[in-house]
Design a protein around this ligand. Sequence first.
Ligand SMILES: NC(=O)c1ccc[n+]([C@@H]2O[C@H](COP(=O)([O-])OP(=O)(O)OC[C@H]3O[C@@H](n4cnc5c(N)ncnc54)[C@H](OP(=O)(O)O)[C@@H]3O)[C@@H](O)[C@H]2O)c1
Length: 305
Amino acid sequence: MKAIVVTDQAAGTAGMTLAERPVPEPAGNDVLVEVHASGFTPGELDWEPTWVDRLGRDRTPSTPGHELAGVVRALGYGTRGLSVGQRVFGLTDWTRDGTLAEYTAVEARNLAPLPGDLDFTVGASLPISGLTAWQGLFVHGRFQVGQSVLVHGAAGGVGSMVTQLAREAGAYVIGTGRAADRQTALDIGAHEFVDLQDDSLADVGEVDLVFDIFGGEIQKRSASLVRSGGTLVSIAGPVEARPAEGLAIDFVVEADRAQLSEIAQRVREGRLRTIIGKVATLDDAVAAFNPAERVKGKTIVRVRP
Ligand SMILES: NC(=O)c1ccc[n+]([C@@H]2O[C@H](COP(=O)([O-])OP(=O)(O)OC[C@H]3O[C@@H](n4cnc5c(N)ncnc54)[C@H](OP(=O)(O)O)[C@@H]3O)[C@@H](O)[C@H]2O)c1
């Protein structure tokens, strides 16, 4: 099968090549998925699990990309809950070969059924941003109706999902980002927008929940805005700043079938949308991830037309 592989951590996206690889065998509790659409995050090339397995052993050449939408073609020993021919989408294991390939083997529990009226391209754009937003807001942030939420990077992949989910769940949403992101953030549901270059973050006043994607100085300034009993949730690595009288939590997104299904249902009903900037083929994927070609919105690789 055709797959994108990486062998050289120092090379970044320039080290991605299209290669011929064996079709993976589904292990116990796995499904073999025929990949129709794949999502890739450039940051993966800096993550240890892209290069080594759980025991720290070199696992190159490895195939990146951990979001997928496709069709189940085979079941591993003992696999239950999904069947051959079923449309699925989800998030694959960071330490195994990923989804920029014609086939991938993934634990069935990491996938959810993809409803027939959701396109594969949309399905592959949802897992990381949708699950990260859901888990940060509802699981780690323990959001409650009526709370105020400061959403950093509100027009970006994760932030746009947080903004929409929070607004619909009954939050007062303050989005942040660059000046050029203001209209997008307001259009998808932010009540207010703070341009991090030119507006004062301190003017936001107290909030119940901060959803941080940046870390560093912005995280520090945001922590001081968290009201007593509130929470700062970060996806930017270990938290460096804690609210004086609140909690600080950082987490890494996990696959979750029930949450994926909640997200898909909202997209079907037009209550949630992803921002897809570019759709490339597997043959063009390497060029599509060149930083010089960067576009706003998620790049999805359509592995099968
Ligand atoms: N821990 C986890 O589980 C997890 C999960 C998902 C993502 N992440 C991480 O979270 C981060 C965000 O991911 P994403 O997919 O949402 O990225 P994204 O789509 O690039 O969104 C980031 C948004 O923030 C804006 N932005 C960036 N730097 C800014 C600055 N200095 N001032 C104002 N706005 C700025 C970006 O604008 P421009 O596009 O103009 O730069 C964009 O709108 C990434 O570092 C990613 O690796 C972590």
